[in-house]
Design a protein around this ligand. Structure first.
Ligand code: SAM
Length: 222
């Protein structure tokens, strides 16, 4: 694992237990993502939840597809996801601790790739988007939900809120809230065609309530 990725894995390992508690308390966003995603899913689909964390979205998606592969760079996140999976009795669900860049993932092997709240913590977001494009089959879907900078708010205001969130977790991993235009330009430049977008709200009790999550459904043109 290269240096930046190893640091990221250590950061998320330390955060995993607290993160899991927040996710268990705040599953509404994942349910909204599921409702938005249903029209893109088929019961024969092989899907990937990239940066699955402790599995909150994976558990919602798995009942609607053939295979749900949850992937996360943090072994501790994956350990908690596997423990939580025991309560769901889903036989089509598996979790691995690895980076999206691992060469064990085969090009064009997924019908749908999800990612929820991951692109804004990727230092190399554009590289990750190119990798996702490589992994989705032609005609397949990328369903992304990413916290974005609200329109009309100054960069400083949002940066201050981000820093206060970061200090709440007592360490700073990489985090950048981009504008919707910047995010969507990158998704298009990776080769996807954007089909649908929506602004989703975080739970009002959440640390993230000051930003919103941009849902993007994008297709790899056959
Ligand atoms: C903010 S959490 C989001 C977790 C989950 N998707 C959710 O919505 O609750 C970001 C996750 O991305 C994972 N991550 C960061 N870099 C990654 C990479 N290169 N490959 C796979 N996962 C990565 C982290 O370990 C962390 O669990």
């Amino acid at each position: 694992m290269i240096g930046t990725e190893a640091r990221s894995a250590r950061f998320w390992d330390r955060r995993a237990a607290t993160y899991n508690k927040t996710e268990v308390d705040n599953q509404q966003l994942q349910r909204t993502i599921l409702e938005r995603s249903l029209e893109y899913l088929g019961s024969d689909d092989i899907t990937l939840d990239y940066g699955c964390g402790t599995g909150a979205l994976s558990f919602e998606i798995a009942p609607h597809v053939k295979v749900l592969h949850g992937l996360d760079i943090s072994p501790r996140m994956v350990e908690i996801a596997r423990d939580r999976a025991d309560g769901y009795e889903l036989e089509n669900l598996r979790f691995s601790a690895a980076s999206i860049f691992t060469d064990t993932l085969q090009p064009e092997s997924f019908d749908v790739i999800f990612t929820s709240q991951v692109l804004h913590v990727m230092r190399d977001r554009d590289e990750a988007l190119h990798r996702i494009y490589e992994l989705v089959r032609p005609g397949g879907w990328f369903l992304s939900t990413t916290p974005c900078m609200p329109k009309g708010q100054s960069v400083m205001k949002v940066a201050n809120r981000a820093l206060s969130m970061a200090s709440a977790v007592r360490a700073i991993s990489y985090m950048k809230f981009s504008s919707v235009d910047d995010l969507e330009r990158s998704i298009s430049e990776a080769g996807f065609e954007i089909h649908e977008t929506a602004d989703l709200q975080f739970d009002q009790r959440s640390d993230m309530r000051h930003v919103f999550a941009r849902f993007v459904a994008a297709r790899k043109i056959p």
